[in-house]
Design a protein around this ligand. Structure first.
Ligand code: GAP
Length: 482
């Protein structure tokens, strides 16, 4: 039985506390959720109205961390490769896209209802949490009913459950002045569909030859029956996609290469401990309808155990075949060397941004010391840290210290994202910057002005302090921040 302590929450957000989370599911999760709110990383959306189930806003620190994670992802997957280009597609696509993709017909979870409270749950999650099987995602309706009956599975509130039924996850809305079938549209159920429908335009406009990749960071929306674990499973989220187009006979080789590449991305580009990352293959029953082979990249979320953060799929030519059929357009690739025409195969690496963000918080969260010496810090690699440095005047009521510190602050922020802090004493300011992961704190004191034109630079992780000449500060930080 995997270590799965996910709690489902189909009750309204107001009944569940923090933005739809019934209760945090592990000690570490609880601490991270609290830190995120207290220090401006993630807020429950519409909090003044009691929150709205499982929707969240990124606060100022979360926004900066998000941009830095995106930058690291883009650098690894696009900028340092010469076979990948990036696009940004619209959220609304032609409704036929979702028929062609198979989402209108097949993008469904199995739902059961508590016969007393009428709360709804994902049947596969209840079966997994009851310890009956590790992955119940591929069960048919009758198999689900049989297991629930045989093992006398009840709802989390201890009540009997309805028979299972399918529930389509596409989020629907209407665009236009009427609300009928003619104006029905879907929000993106998976972000990557723009890439498939734009593939020919991208290829022709950029003069690309196989193999090549198209990347995109984009929103996805799923009417999840159960939302869980803070930003881990929500109804609105972002996906970081890399869709690699290749010849059918090369797909297996590229698939293996991308599996290795993804482990390296998480360990080398994100700085995660390799022991916290692993790959897991889907069984034939759990595989998505479009996939010939599917592996998850999993991250170890402390007590919650290994959970999926990215899906790697060999989609074959499914997507291009379908879009060609539904649009009536020829999407084949023409090989001018061999004269062949064919729909390329697609190897997909589809990461969840929100899960990566949460994984980064789990990975770099640290606690140290006891009692009044206790400190919490986020040991982000400098490239991920929201602020690279913070500048303090030793005392805020000494104009000469404040003026010199302001001068340094104004200069440094031409080059880095830098914080200013003059509240409380220096110890409190260190504590505060540690909590948001600022790698360096710079203090201007009386010696700066009267003696040596140096500042004290304190390192977040080691707490070591060194004196650095003001004119060398920029270079000093640049080298440390690489
Ligand atoms: N285009 C392929 C695709 O969408 P997926 O495995 O369904 O595949 C890819 O999703 C990634 O998107 C997952 O590995 C996960 O990180 C993220 N994801 C999926 N559903 C999510 C949800 N409800 N909330 C947050 N992230 C989600």
């Amino acid at each position: 039985m995997p270590e799965k302590k996910d709690l489902s929450d189909s009750a309204p957000a107001s009944a569940q506390g923090y933005g739809g989370q019934r209760k945090a599911t592990s000690d570490k999760m609880e601490k991270i959720v609290s830190l995120c709110k207290r220090r401006g990383f993630v807020f429950p959306s519409s909090e003044i109205y009691g929150g709205f189930a499982a929707t969240y806003d990124f606060g100022p620190m979360g926004f900066l961390l998000k941009k830095n994670i995106e930058f690291a992802w883009r650098k690894w997957n696009v900028e340092t490769r010469n076979d990948v280009v990036e696009i940004e597609g619209a959220i609304f696509l032609h409704p036929k896209v979702w028929e062609a993709s198979g989402h209108v017909g097949g993008f469904a979870d199995t739902l059961v209802e508590d016969l007393v409270t009428h709360k709804r749950y994902r049947a596969d999650h209840l079966i997994e949490e009851a310890g009956i099987m590790e992955n119940a995602g591929g069960l048919k309706l009758d198999e689900t009913d049989e297991l629930i009956k045989k093992h006398k599975i009840l709802s989390p509130d201890g009540n009997p459950l309805s028979t299972a039924k399918k529930f389509n996850q596409l989020v629907k809305t209407h665009l236009g002045a009427t609300e009928d079938d003619s104006t029905l549209v879907y929000l993106k159920g998976e972000s990557c569909q723009n890439i498939y429908v734009d593939y020919k335009l991208v290829m022709d406009s950029m003069r690309l030859k196989l193999p090549f990749g198209i990347a995109q960071i984009g929103k996805a929306f799923r009417n999840e029956i159960t939302v869980k674990n803070f930003i881990f499973r929500t109804r609105e989220f972002e996906q970081m996609d890399l869709q690699y187009f290749c010849r059918p006979e090369d797909a297996d080789r590229f698939y293996e290469e991308w599996k290795e590449n993804r482990i390296k991305f998480y360990s080398e580009a994100m700085g995660f401990d390799k022991n916290n990352i692993k790959l897991r293959q889907h069984t034939a029953e759990e595989r998505a309808f479009y996939a010939r082979d599917a592996w998850d990249v999993q991250y170890k979320f402390a007590e919650l155990g290994f959970q999926e953060i990215e899906g790697i799929h060999n989609r074959g030519s499914y997507d291009l075949d379908q879009h060609s059929k539904f649009s009536g357009k020829d999407l084949t690739y023409f090989d001018d060397q061999t004269g062949e025409r064919f729909n390329p195969y697609i190897v997909e690496c589809s990461g969840g941004f929100n899960r990566l963000f949460l994984a980064a918080l789990f990975e770099f969260y640290r606690e140290e010391g006891e009692g009044k010496d206790k400190r919490v810090y986020l040991a982000f690699p400098p490239k991920l840290a929201p602020y690279k440095a913070a500048v303090f005047p030793l005392l805020k009521n000494k104009p000469e210290l404040v003026a010199k510190a302001r001068e340094i602050y104004d200069d440094l922020r031409q080059h880095f994202s830098v914080a200013w802090d003059d509240r409380g004493n220096v110890g409190k300011r260190y504590y505060s910057q540690d909590e948001i992961g600022t790698p360096f704190c710079i203090t201007v004191d009386f010696d700066t002005i009267e003696k040596d034109n140096c500042v004290t630079v304190r390192d977040r992780d080691t707490k070591e302090q060194v004196r650095v000449k003001i004119e060398e500060l920029n270079n000093y930080l640049s080298l440390k921040l690489i």
